[in-house]
Design a protein around this ligand. Structure first.
Ligand code: ARG
Length: 416
């Protein structure tokens, strides 16, 4: 049985009630830990709220730089999008939160950690698997999964125990946000056919009507400047969110496969993440050698999947990172994005390490390609097929390219 628990605290209804519930039901001391990964509202009175709910200690840790550098950058370099679409907003933030929970548990001599996730989602998987990977000795408590209270009952519980909350019964959406984007679930969107109501969008409200260009500069796969102005990762993502979002671009509406076997309708807005991945992948098109690019694009979906599935702190992720780091050495250069209402497109890319060779590619007078080399190359490339075809003709007669070999054999057999 645990004595002292570090709770991942968001300041919302569930985790505020969880503080008191853990004290009442488990007889533990609670230390509330709020990791600031760039979510909205992490600065307004959150410490005070945790203490008012009964926590003996409450920490707000600014993790934005660390989140950007150690979690977002590797995911961006891997062009990581779960099921080809979702840039892993929430999935990326869980491991860093756990890292800080484990650190706080050590500092405060706690023997357990707790999270406010339900039993139906991916986030419980990420919290628990990450905790076990870093600190197998710590107990993990999941009050929200255990207590079985409805939202109304939680609100009543808060009133009964004088826990300050801002929630109302009408809250319909489950929202999770950070630097890398924003996830909106539940409410009318639980019907996959229903159009998301316009009010759910915050980062992608269109306000701009005049198209503009935006040049993103990368250094070894890391974005370092916008329109030539050097920026740190946090500032750069922030500015990208505002600029790209103001064109109403960066929304995702999808049905995704949760780790726990449920198909779930999700909406996201991630203007910076989607635009940066687009630009980064484009820069790779001129800086990665062909076979390296092929191999990298094969492991990208696996990388995204393991982040989604809560396996950030795994030897496989570390091994992938070693490969990806190596692949990024020459991914340095600029990508021009053209923004217009509802659109974001790449209109140019350049790099001092570009493998695009004008002399080789051009059809004009500057052509430096040795045309005579092609004849022998093409002959050898097709040599195997040519040999096979001559045998087939000997066996089947003239080849009709529209007739599969099996049918040809059948006809042959029927011939007198
Ligand atoms: N489906 C997304 C994921 O699993 C988003 C989760 C958002 N979390 C939330 N509590 N609303 O990564």
């Amino acid at each position: 049985m645990a004595n002292r628990v570090v709770l991942a605290y968001s300041g919302g209804l569930d985790t505020s009630v969880a503080v008191r519930w853990l004290i009442e039901e488990h007889g533990v001391e609670v230390i509330a830990l709020c990791a600031d990964v760039g979510q909205s509202g992490s600065d307004d009175g959150i410490r005070e709220r945790a203490l008012a709910a009964g926590a003996i200690e409450a920490e707000v840790v600014d993790c934005r730089d660390e989140f950007a550098r150690d979690y977002v950058v590797p995911a961006l370099r891997a062009n990581a999008r779960y099921e080809g679409t979702y840039p892993l907003v929430s999935a990326l933030s869980r491991p860093i939160i756990v890292k800080h929970m484990v650190r706080a548990a050590r500092e405060h001599n706690a023997d357990a950690v707790a999270h406010g996730c339900t039993g139906k989602g991916n986030d419980q998987v990420r919290f628990e698997v990450s905790t076990r990977s870093l600190a197998p000795d710590l107990e993990v408590l999941a009050p929200v999964r255990t207590w079985g209270m409805t939202r109304e009952e939680s609100i009543l519980y808060a009133y009964r125990h004088d826990i300050p909350i801002t929630a109302t019964k009408e809250k319909v959406y489950s929202i999770d946000d950070n630097l890398w984007g924003r996830a909106i679930e539940c409410g009318e969107m639980e019907d996959p056919w229903a159009v998301p109501p316009p009010g759910v969008w915050e980062l992608t409200v269109p306000t701009e009507s005049e198209p503009r260009d935006l040049v993103v500069s990368f250094d070894e796969g890391v974005p370092v400047a916008l329109d030539g102005e050097p920026l740190g990762m946090v500032g750069l993502i922030d500015r990208m969110n505002r600029i790209v979002g103001s064109f109403g671009w960066g929304r995702i509406d999808m049905v995704e496969n949760r780790r726990v076997g449920i198909k779930s309708r999700e909406t996201y807005e991630c203007p910076a993440a989607l635009a940066l991945i687009m630009a980064h992948a484009d820069l790779e098109s001129i800086t990665l050698e062909r076979d390296l690019a092929r191999e990298k694009s094969r492991l990208e979906p696996r990388y995204a999947e393991l982040i989604y599935d809560g396996l950030w702190f795994s030897p496989l992720r570390q091994a992938f990172d070693a490969f990806i780091d190596e692949s990024q050495r020459l991914v340095t250069g600029d990508v021009r994005l053209r923004l217009s209402p509802g659109r974001c497109e790449v209109t140019g890319r350049r790099s001092e390490f570009s493998l695009y060779d004008y002399g080789l590619a051009t059809y004009d007078a500057a052509d430096s390609f040795r045309h005579e080399d092609s004849a022998g190359f093409v002959r050898l490339w097709g040599l195997g097929l040519e040999t096979w075809a001559s045998k087939r003709v000997a066996h089947d007669g003239e080849i009709d390219p529209t007739t599969p070999a099996a049918e040809l054999d059948g006809e042959e057999a029927m011939r007198p």
